[in-house]
Design a protein around this ligand. Structure first.
Ligand code: CP
Length: 312
């Protein structure tokens, strides 16, 4: 694996899930691997879990860690041939190559703008780092995908659910803001790689990209979809058809204890209580969101270990 840009980057998804679970048991067993190696974590957007878990993962492997919030740096230009006499002070071509002088691996977070579907699909920021940096790049959530989260989610289901071929439901929930599709996209891809019965439920007008959901049952009736669920993964996303718009805030889609039944509850966090999911769910033993956040470290560690082995 040269870069971790998507779940498809992994040569063996199942083996990586197992590696993450092994690393959870013995986090420091490879602490020599990253000695005198540095990772730069570059953030174009906010983060709590991704920032801290990726840093912890790198430190568990013996790496040094640098963090750059792009908002504290120079305004970056991405256009080719631009006369840079306006607001941008540094071109992405120089910026990426300079960061790569200081880091053996670069991890990048750059969300979708949600204004232009075609522009977001180009993954401009992530692909610029891959094109110019010349070192391995890790996707810490891009316009279309959040593969560290998707890997974590498979790890969490594997360690939590003992039933063979459990029923997993991805349920849309209301949210006042327009949120990207990246987490949902990567969860769908992750579940396609697991031995589960997988169903997506969302309102009409909120179907995800059909290229990603191809072959998956989408049920617009939440109650029907949730029947006999073992795992319920709740997430909001903005409309894909009416790109980036919030056309539905129907609170009937909020996850409740009654709807959850006996299933375990998952969410990538952060989550808006009593908008996306009621308190009674998050405060119950059925919620595994804290365990899920903890597993971010070991999923990231499995990815970084694999990349480090290729550069040493
Ligand atoms: N789930 C997740 O990626 O959390 P952060 O946005 O806080 O990093």
């Amino acid at each position: 694996m040269k870069h971790y840009s998507n779940l498809e980057s992994l040569e063996n998804f199942e083996a990586t899930v197992d590696l993450a679970l092994e690393l959870k048991k013995n986090p420091f067993v490879f602490e020599e691997l990253g000695k005198r190696k540095t990772i730069a974590l570059v953030f174009f957007n906010n983060s709590l879990r991704t920032r801290l878990s990726t840093e912890k993962a790198a430190r568990n492997l013996g790496m040094d860690v640098m963090v750059l919030n792009v908002s504290d740096s120079w305004n970056l230009e991405f256009g080719d041939g631009t006369v840079m006499n306006l607001d941008t002070a540094e071109h992405i071509k120089e910026a990426t190559q300079v960061i790569a002088q200081y880091a053996d691996i670069i991890a990048v977070r750059a969300f979708a703008g949600l204004k232009d579907k075609v522009a977001d699909a180009t993954e401009k920021v992530l692909n610029a780092f891959i094109k110019y940096a010349g070192v391995p790049i890790v996707n810490m959530e891009s316009a279309l995908s959040h593969p560290l989260q998707g890997l974590t989610d498979a790890v969490t289901i594997k360690e939590t659910v003992t039933k063979k071929r459990p029923k997993v439901v991805l349920s849309w929930a209301p949210h006042p803001r327009a949120l990207p599709h990246a987490v949902a996209n990567s969860f769908v891809k992750s579940m396609k790689l697991c031995d589960v019965e997988f169903v997506i439920t969302n309102p009409v007008g909120y179907d995800l990209d059909p290229k990603i959901t191809k072959g998956i049952t989408i049920n617009h009736n939440q109650q029907e979809a949730l029947k006999d669920a073992d795992v319920v993964y709740v997430k909001n996303w903005s409309s894909f058809d009416d790109y980036g718009q919030v056309t539905n805030t129907d609170s009937h889609w909020m996850m409740t204890k009654e709807k959850l039944g006996h299933a375990i509850f998952m969410h990538c966090l952060p989550v808006r209580r009593n908008v996306v999911v009621e308190d009674a769910v998050l405060d119950s033993d059925q919620s595994v969101v804290i365990q899920q956040a903890r597993n971010r470290t070991y999923a990231a560690q499995a990815v970084l270990k694999t990349l480090l082995e290729n550069i040493t």
